[in-house]
Design a protein around this ligand. Structure first.
Ligand SMILES: C[S@@+](CC[C@H](N)C(=O)[O-])C[C@H]1O[C@@H](n2cnc3c(N)ncnc32)[C@H](O)[C@@H]1O
Length: 243
């Protein structure tokens, strides 16, 4: 049986999705407040930048994968109106429910769908824009998911992958200290869940760095890939064009 990583642990490939599900089942209700606290609000700037680079137009069809509590969907919805479509998806029902309630509270009724990024239930070439924010890291077969994202995009369509990445060398020590000492404690105090936030820190270290991810995106058919480092590489936005 093949093995993979779940944070720093090695697990059977077939078990990773279950471990990831239990993390997001546990954090769903505190997800938004924890995001603001952990990143001191920076995730909002990174997401706003992602929307700017995506440059959605009225009428565009947008697929948000691993959309969770719906930050990107909320920003996209008014920009593609009145004829466009934003499809809000995630593999985790608890996260999706939080997102759907939030979207409804803001007056947006979007198609909301439980689906696995590795098996997208959409026809080839359907979307103008596909996004995945802080989701790819958790997927078992990242190449399979990236290939699916490429498949559902029209030629010339854009994939935006926003994800934690490899921080610049001078910040590494301080960032490690924060990630392994402060993050799990914040998780313990606010979300009553230390382990999930330790997994977060570990999964970031196990995720492909900027250049490796660029190579993976090229491999599955993105002819052009730009990498935008955000906050000294704490996060990175990869823009892939299907060409
Ligand atoms: C850190 S949250 C990100 C949520 C949201 N995109 C954001 O940026 O705030 C990661 C999400 O990835 C989802 N996820 C993990 N594996 C997935 C998969 N194979 N397919 C779809 N979503 C997945 C989780 O359920 C979780 O909601």
């Amino acid at each position: 049986m093949s093995q993979t990583h779940f944070g720093f642990k090695t697990v059977d490939e077939q078990d990773k999705a279950r471990h990831v599900r239990s993390v997001f089942d546990s954090v769903a209700s505190n997800y938004d407040i924890m995001n603001d606290l952990m990143s001191a609000g920076l995730h909002r700037l990174w997401k706003a930048y992602t929307i700017q680079v995506a440059n959605p137009r009225p009428g565009d069809r947008v697929l948000d994968i691993a959309g969770g509590t719906g930050d990107l969907d909320l920003a996209f919805a008014p920009k593609v109106a009145p004829n466009g479509q934003v499809v809000h998806t995630d593999i985790n029902e608890a996260m999706l429910r939080e997102g759907r309630n939030r979207l409804l509270n803001h007056g947006h009724v979007l198609p909301t769908l439980v689906c696995d990024a590795e098996k997208l239930p959409f026809p080839a070439g359907y979307f103008d824009i596909v996004t995945v924010a802080f989701g790819l890291r958790n997927m078992t077969h990242k190449e399979v998911a990236l290939r699916e994202m490429n498949r559902v995009l029209r030629p010339g369509g854009k994939l935006l992958v926003l994800e934690f990445s490899k921080v610049a060398a001078p910040l590494e020590k301080a960032y490690d200290w924060y990630s392994f000492n402060i993050l799990p404690k914040l998780g313990k105090w606010i979300a009553k869940d230390e382990d999930s936030y330790r997994y977060l820190a570990e999964s970031i270290r196990m995720h492909p760095d900027q250049e490796t991810l660029r190579g993976m995106m090229r491999e599955v058919g993105f002819g052009h890939v730009d990498v935008h480092n955000l906050t000294a590489g704490i996060a990175a936005l990869h823009l892939g064009i299907k060409c």
